[in-house]
Ligand binder design. Structure first.
Ligand code: PGA
Length: 253
């Protein structure tokens, strides 16, 4: 059985003080209320990585992750942060290829394959995002587009290494729109992704890889989404910014 993962993606939100309060509130609620064994990750803005880690202290239920990192290991890349830097701060998860990075920062599958390599080389876990925009869904191209994203981003990895990846399927039309994919739509796409991995690496490998759903997950829909056999938890944006709501999302895992 795959362990459920609930990752909050704070994106570019909250001041440090607000972030500290949020993290500390959720940490307390998780200790008091959450009875499942889901892994919880807060993917916070880079300057908050260590402060939030500090706030969480010895709460072993929650880890801190990054939202992006460079494909380069070091050097003259002003404004970037590298995988070795994250590792040196004991930050072990990083989101790669979020649709906002693809859309606003021109990240493509080729670049994401490089980022995946550098992240894995340094012992971090990439949360590799894929997902189709609305017009592709409407013309029924979503399976092809998403399997191509997974193939071009990850299929150069060998059998042992791909098992270290977490995938997040996030249909772009559901991100921040309040329009969630139905549990059936999510399950169908997760199955397509898992079958595609099985086609290349075999079913046993495919069965080990966590595939998270993202796109307007909230306290009201999390339980149903996370109950789907191929949905192993969620990557949660808006709802991760409210302590009560996010704790209730975690409880759905
Ligand atoms: P949302 O964002 O939950 O606000 O839709 C999800 C994401 O972009 O990771």
């Amino acid at each position: 059985m795959r362990q459920k993962i609930v990752a909050g993606n704070w994106k570019m939100n909250k001041t440090l003080e607000e972030g500290n309060i949020l993290a500390s509130e959720i940490s307390g609620m998780v200790n008091d209320e959450v009875r499942n064994d889901a892994k919880i990750i807060f993917c916070v803005p880079s300057p908050y990585l260590l402060p939030i880690k500090n706030v969480l202290g010895n709460n072993s239920r929650i880890v801190v992750g990054a939202q992006n990192c460079s494909e380069h290991e070091s050097g003259a890349y002003t404004g970037e942060i590298s995988a070795p830097m994250l590792k040196s701060m004991n930050i072990l998860y990083v989101i790669l290829g979020h649709s906002e990075r693809r859309q606003y920062f021109g990240e493509d599958n080729k670049l994401l394959a490089k980022k995946t390599d550098v992240v894995l080389k340094h012992g971090l876990t990439p949360i590799f995002c894929c997902g189709e925009p609305l017009e592709i869904r409407e013309t029924n191209g979503h399976e092809k587009l998403v399997t191509t994203q997974v193939e071009e981003g990850l299929f150069h990895l060998d059998e042992a290494t791909i098992q270290k990846v977490v995938i997040a399927y996030e249909p772009v039309w559901a991100i921040g729109t309040g329009k969630t994919a139905s549990a059936q739509q999510a399950q169908d796409m997760h199955k397509v992704i898992r079958n595609h991995i099985a086609g290349k690496y075999g079913q046993a490998v495919a069965d080990k890889i966590p595939i998270l759903y993202g796109g307007s997950v909230n306290a009201g829909n999390a339980k149903e989404l996370f109950a789907c056999p191929d949905v192993d938890g969620g990557l949660v944006g808006g709802a991760s910014l409210k302590s009560r709501e996010f704790t209730d999302v975690i409880k759905g895992a």
